[in-house]
Design a binder for this molecule. Structure first.
Ligand code: KG4
Ligand code: ZN
Length: 380
């Protein structure tokens, strides 16, 4: 089966061609990403420090045709080879979603192809299936994530959710952010520090220049270099709360107060680097703490990290270490597999939407008027 994946929920226009080959196993298939074209709008939105919905829609409209052309060309396919169109119907910005949904409908109508509506968040979770060793041709059933229950941490610019998966397509949100998403916190702090948009990569770049306490201890640097250890301390919001909800707006406000109280230092590179390091670490601490607690409570066999923030190198590294530590502490009573998408698949893209389309292929329809964009779509 050849699936066209279309993604326009926010500020990336993504079109991918995915080939799926059924295997003998019940839910099995091997997957091959034939092309995965993403047109980023960073330059358009950067001057505003965030995504401007109407500008995003205008850019999608301009880019979606050329993206389709490139994706088909790279895949060495024509539109007539496409068996199924998977399109993001939500959640996201409605002006952006409408471009992708209407584009999918027009294509489907003209070429008589069924459409399957896809939840963007399910796409992010399933991107973890295409990890490096499965990138060319992966087995969906045994080798990747057959181990349920799974706890998925979805961290993007618009969402921070902890999701319990008893199996594929069965999701239960056990916690989510009450205000800002983790990615939004990165973006807003970067704006306060005038580091540009998107904030996540900018903050992690600055943070990586700091020699942290752990690195200091490991490398046994001379004592006089101890001045490089950041002394800034920011809150870890809701880390002590017994539930699995998050809150990141207070962290951003704490950074704002810190900057206001230390106005003389705001031009200092070292100060900026330390603020970035501590902000990133505060976010990481809360995310990992809550996820591991959920994994223990629900006896998870798999932890999935996904969404744009999952591209954060430090978050990936620390997750892996903490999961290993937890398994040691639990004395092998707990065996957890850690799945995270390759970095290029963490951000919005069409391949993850095509993958979710394959999983939901029983929902395909030619009743195109039933495919409706929904900005507030929930995962369930
Ligand atoms: O999933 P995504 O591409 O779009 C949404 O669905 O929101 O995520 C975008 C978010 C932005 O907030 C961006 O700052 C964040 O992901 N992000 C990162 C990194 N790369 C992207 N956050 C932290 N570290 C990164 N390396
Ligand atoms: Zn996303």
């Amino acid at each position: 089966m050849i699936i066209l994946g279309i993604e326009t929920s926010c500020d990336d226009t993504g079109i991918a061609v995915l080939e799926t080959i059924p295997t003998r196993k019940a839910v099995g298939a091997s997957f091959k990403i034939l092309s995965n074209v993403v047109s980023s709008q960073i330059k358009t939105h950067a001057p505003f420090g965030g995504v401007v919905p109407n500008l995003a829609a205008r850019e999608h409209l301009k880019n979606i045709g050329p993206c389709l052309k490139t994706a088909l060309k790279e895949a060495n396919k024509t539109i007539k080879d496409i068996n199924l169109i998977a399109v993001t119907v939500g959640p996201g910005l409605i002006p952006s979603l409408l471009i992708g949904v209407n584009f999918a409908k027009a294509l489907a109508y003209k070429y008589n192809i069924p459409i399957v509506p896809v939840n963007h968040l399910e796409g992010h979770i399933l991107a973890s299936i295409f990890n490096s060793q499965f990138s060319i041709s992966n087995k969906f059933s045994n080798n990747s994530i057959s181990k349920f229950p799974a706890i998925a941490l979805l961290v993007s610019g618009g969402h921070t959710q902890l999701i319990l998966m008893q199996k594929f397509s069965r999701y239960k949100i056990i916690g989510e952010t009450r205000d800002d998403a983790a990615g939004e916190c990165f973006d807003k702090v970067a704006k306060l520090l005038k580091l540009g948009y998107p904030g996540g990569p900018a903050i992690s770049k600055e943070a990586s220049k700091v020699i942290s306490k752990s690195k200091f201890l490991i490398s046994n640097l001379p004592r006089r270099q101890a001045g490089q250890i950041p002394i800034i301390k920011l809150p870890r919001p809701m880390i002590q709360h017994k539930n699995y909800d998050f809150s990141f707006s207070g962290l951003k406000t704490a950074v704002l107060y810190l900057i206001q109280s230390q106005k003389s230092k705001i031009k200092s590179q070292k100060f900026i680097q330390n603020v970035c390091h501590e902000t990133q670490q505060a976010i990481i601490d809360v995310l990992i703490d809550k996820t591991l607690r959920a994994a223990k409570e629900y006896k998870a066999k798999t932890i999935i990290l996904s969404g744009g923030v999952a591209a954060n190198e430090e978050l990936r590294k620390q997750f892996e270490l903490k999961i290993e530590n937890l398994m040691k502490i639990e004395n092998c009573k707990l065996k957890i597999k850690f799945l995270v998408p390759t970095k290029n698949l963490c951000m919005d893209n069409g391949a993850m939407i095509a993958m979710a389309g394959w999983l939901n292929k029983n929902k395909q329809t030619k009743n195109y008027s039933s495919i409706i964009a929904n900005a507030n779509l929930r995962i369930k």
